[in-house]
Design a protein around this ligand. Structure first.
Ligand code: SAM
Length: 382
């Protein structure tokens, strides 16, 4: 018995122990290192022998002579497991999972009912939170999916915490686990028709404690039917929430002057009129004799100004001859680093487009204890 890597932390990687090999931001592979085996990736091959007894967190270099890639050998956590698990269904991702666990007040020792098990992504988050003194009853009516989840829970050393049951909770309720007193204080329903499962809860939830529920549904019509069922069954403080997980990028943007924009347009015009070659020559001669070139351009401009061919803005720009060593807004010349002194900057932020959270509506409610319990009655409503 190796215990559960999701419940306790080990410093070094045991032979055949679960390792999450981090390849890229969106590619993490679960492996169990065995002597003589190797992990083959597009970043090279990685020998299991060099993983066994290494510390979790180690950066491992590829053993291939042609590919100099590396991977990180990470300790399992429910968060990393959600990113690497073999998908059998849609799953609950960490942004939702963490919110739900907190709103349901799940903590070490909690007793929780979950349906359906699906790919057991959320089950892992629940198991880690309730720990060895807690209990999860998870239900799945799809037989092969139930079988895979049960095996996975056993392989992860979580079977003393998580009880997998095979059954249809909408039709038969939660009786498939009723050889024990569940006395659950939290319920999570992630299935297409939670309203059919809700009336079956009475017999399995705690009568002495406040019970909290969360139903996870992608459509508003499902939310409406769920709310009706919750109201009918006496659940209180019904509230619907949607977790929208976005990454914000904060950076500085250079403040550009109208003159910069005018100059850009003038430059395009100049390139067309004079040709790129001629322009490069001028820059070269400018570098060789800055003063002469500067004076020459100045003379050209004052001539143009006198002729009435140049605008005052143009004059302003030509008064300040373009030097290749200066910053210039169309890219040639000196490179300016973000936030560099000598320029004006404003702080801006941008939303990252990618969202890795299956957007669903979360419907929360609670049921007060049937049997008055002094301690519980002191708790605020949620
Ligand atoms: N929360 C899971 C996770 O994070 O991996 C995903 C659950 S998945 C979206 C929904 C699961 O509910 C499916 O596996 C489906 O077979 C199961 N299911 C649907 N109706 C059910 C019912 N009446 N009783 C039990 N399981 C049911």
């Amino acid at each position: 018995d190796m215990g559960s890597p999701f419940l306790e932390f080990k410093t070094s990687i045991p032979e055949n122990g679960l390792v999450l090999a981090w390849l890229t931001r969106d590619n993490t592979k679960p492996i169990r290192p065995q002597k003589g085996s190797a992990l083959h990736t597009r970043f090279g091959s990685f020998q299991h022998n060099s993983m066994i007894s290494s510390k979790y967190g180690t950066q491992l270099a590829s053993s291939s002579s042609t590919q100099a890639g590396f991977i990180h050998l990470l300790h399992p956590t429910p968060e990393l497991w959600s990113m690497s698990l073999p998908h059998r269904t849609q799953i609950v991702y960490t942004p939702d999972a963490s919110y739900i666990v907190q709103r349901l007040r799940i903590r070490p020792g909690s007793r929780v009912i979950e349906a359906g098990t699906g790919s057991a992504s959320f089950t892992h988050a629940l198991a880690r939170t309730v720990g060895k003194n807690g209990r999860i009853w998870t239900f799945e009516f799809h037989e092969p999916r139930y079988g895979i989840a049960k095996k996975e829970i056993e392989e992860h050393g979580l079977d003393s915490v998580v009880k997998c049951s095979h059954g249809d909770v909408c039709k038969d309720g939660f009786i498939s686990a009723c050889d024990e007193n569940l006395d659950a204080s939290a319920v999570f329903l992630d299935l297409p028709s939670p309203w059919l499962a809700i009336p079956h809860l009475k017999t399995v939830i705690s009568k002495k404690k406040i019970v909290r529920i969360c139903c996870f549904s992608p459509c508003m019509e499902q939310v409406q039917r769920t709310i009706e069922a919750l109201q009918k069954e006496g659940w209180l403080d019904i509230e619907m929430v949607e977790v929208s997980c976005k990454r914000w990028e904060a950076r500085k943007e250079m403040i550009r002057k109208p003159e910069d924009a005018i100059e850009r347009l003038r430059d395009i015009k100049r390139r067309r009129n004079e040709g790129l070659r001629k322009r490069n020559e001028r820059i070269l001669s400018h570098e060789q004799n800055e003063e002469t070139a500067g004076l020459k351009r100045k003379a050209e401009v004052s001539e143009a100004v006198e002729d009435g061919a140049a605008t005052p803005a143009e004059k302003l720009i030509f008064d300040k001859p373009f030097l290749p060593s200066e910053y210039n807004p169309w890219g040639r010349g000196k490179r300016v680093h973000e936030g560099e002194d000598g320029y004006e900057w404003k702080d801006v932020s941008k939303v990252e487009a990618e969202l890795k959270s299956h957007t669903s509506y979360l419907t929360f409610a609670y049921l007060p204890p049937l049997v008055p319990n002094k301690e519980e009655m002191l708790l605020p409503s949620r």
